[in-house]
Every structure is written in C-alpha cells, then in structure tokens.
Design a protein around this ligand. Structure first.
Ligand code: ZN
Ligand code: ZN
Length: 138
C-alpha cells in the first residue's frame, strides 16, 4: 500500500490527498502552496511529516456521514416496515466500523497519514491535547 498524506490546504482551504512518491515538497495542485516536505524515510515515531508536531492521534478512516446515513435509512425502514431493520442496520454499521482502517492525524495541522505502520500504537483523539492547538471544529 502506498503512503498518502491528506490535508486541507492552508492556502486555499481545499482538501487534497498527496501520494508520497519519494522525497520532495508536497505542493497543492490548486494554489501552489507547499504543504510540507516530508523527510526521506520518515515514520510516525518522528511525528507529523508536514509540521513536525509530535502529537498525532488515530481515528477510524470512516466517513461519518455514511455511518449516519445507514442509521437514518435503518430508522426510516424501521418505522415504515419493521423494527427489525433498526437492529439489522445497527449491526451493519458496527460491522463497517470494525472493517475500516485507522488513519493517523496530526493535532496541529490536521494532516491525515494513511497506510503507515505504527498507527495502532498512537493514542486516540484527546480533547486536552486538541485544546492546546485549538483546532476549530469543522
Ligand atoms: Zn491550495
Ligand atoms: Zn502536522
């Protein structure tokens, strides 16, 4: 699997997923802003490849809207047809949740690192650490 780094560009605010293809700067294709220059052979133990912040956390690489959509669909069917649908859909949601991989996220710049070893050793999201960096809720 190829390592990818995704970030909302600080220059133009657009979300972009960079494929790491070797040493060199990651440049936003929309506005030309340099997201960062990961060091050759960097690993999660060294912290964020873009801003060098050492506070990384892990979370499920899961589109939360999708999960919510499944539950809403289940709820609607439960009301319209049978309450068994609610059970069925919550099980499906749980199953999906277990299947999705985890992604490493930087507390400071919000960069998301995928397909890297060591993600499971990172702490889960911590609100105290997030407060330090004052990440705006998006
Ligand atoms: Zn940009
Ligand atoms: Zn960072």
């Amino acid at each position: 699997m190829k390592v990818s780094i995704a970030q909302e560009c600080p220059g133009c605010g657009r979300y972009h997923r960079y494929q790491e293809s070797g040493p060199g700067a990651l440049v936003c294709p929309h506005c030309g802003e340099v997201a960062g220059t990961p060091a050759a052979g960097w690993s999660l133990a060294e912290g964020c490849p873009l801003c060098a912040c050492r506070h990384l956390y892990r979370r499920k690489d899961f589109n939360q809207l999708l999960g919510l959509g499944i539950m809403v669909a289940g709820g609607a069917l439960a009301i319209a047809v049978s309450y068994w649908f609610l059970l069925l859909f919550s099980l499906a949601d749980l199953g999906l949740y277990r299947l999705v991989p985890e992604v490493a996220v930087c507390h400071r710049c919000g960069a998301e690192m995928r397909s890297l070893p060591g993600v499971s050793e990172l702490p889960v999201f911590d609100h105290h650490t997030a407060d330090i960096y004052e990440i705006p809720e998006g």
